[in-house]
Ligand binder design. Structure first.
Ligand SMILES: Cc1cc2nc3c(=O)[nH]c(=O)nc-3n(C[C@H](O)[C@H](O)[C@H](O)COP(=O)(O)OP(=O)(O)OC[C@H]3O[C@@H](n4cnc5c(N)ncnc54)[C@H](O)[C@@H]3O)c2cc1C
Ligand SMILES: NC(=O)c1ccc[n+]([C@@H]2O[C@H](COP(=O)([O-])OP(=O)(O)OC[C@H]3O[C@@H](n4cnc5c(N)ncnc54)[C@H](O)[C@@H]3O)[C@@H](O)[C@H]2O)c1
Length: 494
């Protein structure tokens, strides 16, 4: 039986990162993948959907700019766009696979093995790998990292067939733009695809959530901007309603909503996309003798370690945040915990996120909704994009920056949200300050490039320190500098 220091199951972002980090410790590693290297980080997931989003955004902007040249709007070639997404996915997958092959010829030769097949734990130290052609084999390992990710959550009452009623696994395989599409679930995936399809301008998008608004976890001021833009691009947001029936009829989808007042309405669309969360992949992953503790949300881990001391779990299979960057962080951390001794516990406070909407929304740390849920009082400053020269030059001043700090003189950064053009590039400095547990002075004094969106962040910080260029009391509506305590906002006056 072959022997390894570490077997990693799943070559998505978390497993791939774990396997590569183990090489730094010169350990003998086996990485097992049953499907596509890169997992949902690449295929039917992060990279593919972001490529659709970029192409949709480009199309929307191209269409808008045609007016400058007095040109007619040309038709859009769906197949070409789909092929471009395919090329993006192949480019990344090929690169990840090529890297695995080249490792053999590098100074890590003999350390990393990669096997295709479905892996399953027979015991705490034995892993079975089954492949339809290569057959079955069992290997022995000192340590195991489970990185098998997640899949779309199904609602049993909906007729999901990945043809008419799809999940994110099927939505990229359509033959053409549907003339209409209802999206069930207005969370991140639902809203990103609503933005993508409405941006191409070929599909009438309907959006439903079981809650009474889109993005239920997001601050209301952010949601207002996103909803306004969606509705301006023709998205029908169903509010105060509940999906009570969905059926495939004559190769189309019929659905019925019940409103809060008891009335009902029936809608007919070409396709449906169901995006109501994801489920961890742990079914049949271990034999009954291996008792790993799980909850409905995934494996409950202690800083990546499961209740079985040599078995670790990372990425979407665990019961916390499901993101590529978090999966990679956990994968690397698990390896450091197994073969080294990390300096500190895993930190989630400075995780940066981007939602690919119109416009993009980037964040780090807590938003106001989360701070309130935790009963934290805070100071909050906002600055409208119309105060930022870079946004003016871009001819798009829709958006704002919002910075939350502790309600004391230290003013430690709790979190930041930026909604608007280039939002994602603006948050990194703040992420670093949060991870270093620093206050805001560093940002106030640093010289930012001009013109840049980060100058807006600097101005936010200066407002809190009473040294801003623009005064919130004078530019009401564009700037604000307030405290939030016991449910009440109050302007800060120095
Ligand atoms: C539509 C969509 C868009 C997204 N966009 C973003 C984004 O913009 N930014 C972001 O940060 N995150 C995004 N995510 C989330 C992100 O893709 C996941 O958080 C990330 O891929 C999780 O990585 P993972 O390695 O834990 O799992 P996965 O990527 O799911 O990889 C797990 C791998 O394990 C393999 N596997 C499963 N079981 C076995 C087994 N028994 N044996 C062998 N192999 C097995 C699977 O085939 C898969 O390749 C998006 C997700 C979706 C669905
Ligand atoms: N840009 C990004 O970083 C990005 C993009 C896509 C996905 N992701 C990751 O993938 C995860 C999964 O995304 P998701 O959008 O599927 O989950 P989500 O948790 O973001 O949203 C699910 C939505 O479905 C709604 N819902 C649940 N049950 C419902 C029902 N019966 N009827 C109608 N609505 C219902 C919920 O209220 C929620 O708004 C995210 O949590 C995120 O971690 C990240």
């Amino acid at each position: 039986m072959e022997k390894y220091d570490l077997v990693v199951i799943g070559a998505g972002p978390s497993g791939y990162a774990a396997a590569m980090r183990a090489l730094d410790f010169k350990k003998k590693v086996l990485l097992i993948e049953k499907n596509n290297v890169g997992g949902a980080g690449v295929t039917n997931g992060a990279l593919s959907s972001k490529t659709w989003w970029e192409l949709s955004r480009e199309t929307a902007s191209f269409r808008k700019n045609l007016r400058r040249f007095n040109l007619e709007v040309p038709s859009i070639n769906y197949k070409e766009i789909q092929a471009e997404v395919g090329r993006a996915v192949a480019e990344r997958t090929d690169m990840l696979e090529e890297h695995l092959r080249l490792i053999h010829d590098s100074h890590y030769a003999g350390l990393l093995s990669f096997k295709k097949g479905v892996a399953r734990l027979l015991s705490q130290h034995e892993v079975e790998i089954s492949h339809p052609v290569l057959g079955r084999e069992v290997v022995w390992t000192e340590n195991i990292i489970l990185a098998t990710g997640s899949r779309p959550r199904y609602l049993p009452e909906l007729p999901i067939d990945e043809k008419y009623v799809m999940t994110s696994d099927g939505v990229e395989t359509m033959d053409d733009f549907p003339e209409s599409m209802v999206i069930v679930g207005a969370g991140v995936i639902g809203c990103e695809y609503a933005t993508i399809f409405s941006g191409f301008g070929q599909t009438k998008v309907h959006l439903i959530d079981k809650g009474d608004r889109i993005l239920p976890f997001e601050d209301e001021d952010i949601v207002r901007v996103i909803e306004r833009n969606m509705e301006n691009s023709g998205v029908l947001i169903h509010r105060n309603s509940r999906l009570v029936r969905m059926e495939v009829k004559h190769e189309r989808v019929e659905y019925e909503l019940e409103y809060d007042d008891g009335s009902k309405a029936v809608f007919n669309v070409a396709r449906a996309l169901v995006a109501v969360g994801r489920m961890p992949n742990y079914e049949d992953l271990w034999d009954s003798g291996v008792n790993i503790t799980i909850s409905k949300r995934g494996i409950e881990d202690n800083d990546t370690q499961t209740n079985i001391s040599n078995i670790y779990a990372v990425g979407d299979i665990t019961a916390d945040i499901s993101l590529v960057n978090v999966g990679e962080l956990e994968g690397r951390y698990a390896v450091e915990k197994i073969f080294g001794s990390p300096d500190r516990k895993l930190l989630y406070e400075n995780i940066s996120t981007i939602m690919f909407l119109n416009p993009e929304v980037a964040g780090v740390g807590l938003n106001e909704t989360q701070a309130r849920e935790r009963g934290i009082d805070y100071k909050v400053v906002t600055l409208d994009y119309s105060c930022i020269p870079r946004a003016i030059a871009k001819r798009n001043t829709q958006g704002f920056i919002k910075l939350l700090v502790t309600h004391d003189d230290d003013m430690k950064i709790l979190g930041m949200k930026v909604i608007g053009n280039q939002a994602s590039s603006a948050i990194q400095a703040v992420a670093l300050l949060i991870s270093m547990d620093k206050g805001i002075e560093e940002l106030a004094e640093c010289v930012h490039p001009h013109p840049s969106i980060t100058e807006g962040i600097q101005e936010c910080v200066r407002m809190l320190l009473n040294k801003s260029l623009f005064k919130p009391d004078a530019l009401k509506g564009r700037l604000s500098c307030r405290t939030y305590s016991a449910g009440v906002y109050a302007d800060i006056r120095f």
